[in-house]
Write a protein that binds this ligand. Sequence first.
Ligand code: GUN
Ligand code: ZN
Length: 442
Amino acid sequence: MPPVHDGADAMPDRLLLGQTLTFAGDPFAEGPGAARHERQGAVLVSAGRIAAVGPAGALRSAHPVAETVDYGTALISAGFVDSHAHYPQTAIIASWGKRLIDWLNLYTFPEEMRFADPAYAAAVAARHLDLLTAHGTTTVCTYATIHPGSVDAYLAEAGRRGMRVVAGRTAMDRNAPAGLTDSARAAHDETEALIARWHGCGRLGVAITPRFAPTSSPGQLDALGALWAAHPDCLMQTHLAEQTDEVAWVARLFPGARDYLDVYEAAGLLGPRAVFGHCIHLTSRERARLSEAGASVAHCPTSNSFIGSGLFDLAGLAGGRVRVGLATDTGGGSSFSMLRTMAAAYEIAQLRGHAVHPSQLWWLATAGAARALHLDDRIGRLAPGMEADLVVLDLASTPAIAQRAARAGDLWEALFPTIMMGDDRAVRAVWVDGAPVALPGR
Ligand code: GUN
Ligand code: ZN
């Protein structure tokens, strides 16, 4: 039986004081006016949920017996949501000198082999979750490895911490080393057993996870498509159109397909709960199909520059038409921090001639990512009834940031230095499931 987290049901109501920032809509569709900011705000946390959000004075009067936790001028936000990561690559982050396919073969696959050992998987799972917490990330949708024990290790540890996470057993039955390949049947059956064991257990979820088209035979993709049809409430996550030589390889492996996305669609792997990582080198047909199908895209900007993949078209995809969430893609991504990831998204959009507003960056890392994972009814915003996963940020966490923020004329100018230069030093507190958690390493 998976471990059950105690939750915060027995805790007294807490009133958190500080600046608050959240969203009433999508700033890509509505502009920065979709944000809601209180300079002297408050969040009432009760039994693991957000019970109220508003001006500090009004909430103090309305809830006189709630314990107050005063964060001063720090910013209280929904915790960050990382919509695509590979926890087994934690120890190989920042591995030098390769592009995607060589990087997988040289660094990633040998490391993922080590997850046959459940003790190693448990150690890295705990390390990854510690790193997420230290960086203010409260939810992640992660790939594990081919070993079911790697999913067990991650979800057991997240469950002990009361975190809302999704993890998937990564399926591969070709073009990967022996020892890291399975079969169509094993991928189907072992993923189905994991769904039975974990999916919907507390705050945990299982995603159906073919790694990407080059490492799955058509038969394995079909088997996972059938599994998804039988478990339509699961997410399905995979990679799409990350590098040009990968796209060309897929065209050679699947000569009958119209394009890369068509490979997945033909196998029943396109639908509203699909989360496609990267999506840089898309044809106009693929863009249109992603939008029509209501699929989600995980934008992984630090990875896209680190592995040399290309410049994601954020303005074209996020402008209300495709669900886009921000993601670290560690260890192809070069940071565990969603602040560093927002900065990279800004810079990549600049290289395409588009300035992304800070409200849009913040939304992509919170409400937008939650929406991409179909968790936006539970997490990603400060609103009554939402689960109380919070990050509290110091907007003057280093001398360089502090001196720039001191010049700020409004919220966005005050926030942008932390977006562009901030990291885990900006994280003052993290709340998970209605309770404050110790920040690892502090
Ligand atoms: N494509 C297939 N597998 C991977 C992976 O592990 N990382 C990245 N960035 N791209 C992939
Ligand atoms: Zn990835």
